[in-house]
Design a binder for this molecule. Structure first.
Ligand code: FPP
Ligand code: MG
Length: 323
């Protein structure tokens, strides 16, 4: 079973903000097309981990500024960017399960999911547009560019296996950029010291990389009920990830089979067995753990407060499933 919010102490200090955020998210569809309202209910009734807004709230505690509604606007905006990008990504990946519920594309259709993602993204930008600091609005826009660059790179990549460097460039764009934006944006809005903003940004980047590698490991060795997504999806779609890149160093003949698209279920099962028999998964786990250590070191210069402890716990949580 996935841990619930109540069991994880890092959520507790920002619980009032998270409750308010959840209320706001459930309300996002208000006044919109009935199908948009239904999709919003569908998406936000099984709440995700809300890690990104939690990072915004915690980072904002490192500055003297305390405008709660402004911080909530950023947290909601970035959570909506994240949700919009997942709705679109599930079309691209032909995924039918996320957070243990059917995806928007599987429930309605690809066409509907495309427009629901657009709606969410427009809502996100409407919230960002009223933020009081232009540099934070720019961070939101830059993050969307980065997400698009990362996703596009993945979609148009040539048929071969990417190098380790190419993999890292891609996950920095598609995942780590958003984690960094949450940490930096929250701290800037709260008028935190520029050194602390930079430290939080570095923390977010390493945390995001560790998160994505962990996700890619779980796609190969996770249990579906805990993972909330179909295991083996990356292999099925020919999406090469770090454990596969390492596995192919050991067994180069697997590389073309990893990247072949739309595989049959038997082939996916066989490749899952093959990749699990190499050191690829273990090496990828170690990289995630090293990035966890980079993330925690980045916090050394921050004042020793309960919020810093909470960020350290988030780093542990992100990689706990690969320990
Ligand atoms: C999930 O990756 C996908 C992303 C983190 C980024 C997706 C970005 C876009 C679709 C472009 C941006 C679009 C908007 C509207 C802002 P994954 O497939 O590795 O993870 P998964 O297993 O959770 O699907
Ligand atoms: Mg995906």
């Amino acid at each position: 079973m996935q841990a619930t919010r109540g069991e994880l102490s890092f959520y507790s200090i920002v619980e009032p903000e998270l409750r308010e955020l959840e209320r706001r998210l459930k309300d996002v569809g208000r006044g919109g097309h009935p199908t948009f309202q239904e999709a919003v209910t569908h998406l936000f009734s099984s709440s995700g981990k809300l890690l990104r807004p939690t990072l915004v709230f915690l980072a904002a505690r490192f500055g003297p500024g305390h405008d709660r509604q402004v911080i909530l606007n950023l947290a909601e905006s970035l959570e909506l960017v994240h949700t919009a990008s997942l709705v679109h990504d599930d079309i691209v990946d032909r995924a039918d399960l996320r957070r243990n519920v059917p995806t928007v594309n599987a429930t309605w259709s690809d066409d509907v999911a495309l427009i629901i993602g657009d709606y969410l993204f427009a809502k996100a930008y409407a919230l960002a547009a009223v933020l009081p600091k232009p540099e934070v609005i720019a961070i939101v826009a830059q993050t969307v560019f980065a997400l698009c660059d990362g996703e596009l790179e993945e979609v148009i990549a040539d048929a071969g296996l990417p190098s380790e460097r190419e993999y890292f460039e891609r996950i920095e764009l598609k995942t780590a950029s958003l984690y960094a934006a949450c940490c930096q944006g929250g701290a800037i809005l709260a008028d935190a010291d520029p050194e602390h903003v930079a430290a939080l940004g570095a923390f977010g980047t390493s945390l995001g990389l560790a998160f994505q590698i962990t996700d890619d490991v779980l796609d190969l060795v996770g249990h579906e009920d805990e993972f909330g997504k179909t295991v083996g999806r990356d292999l099925a779609e020919g999406m090469a990830t770090l454990p596969m890149i390492y596995a192919a160093e050991e067994r180069p003949e697997l590389a073309p089979r990893f990247v072949a698209t739309q595989k049959a279920a038997d082939e996916v099962r066989e490749l899952l067995r093959a990749v699990r028999a190499t050191d690829g998964v273990e090496r990828a786990r170690k990289r995630a753990l090293a990035l966890h250590d980079d993330a925690t070191r980045a916090l050394d210069g921050l004042p020793a407060r309960v919020e810093r402890e909470a960020l350290l716990e988030i780093a542990d949580f992100v990689v706990s499933r690969v320990r």
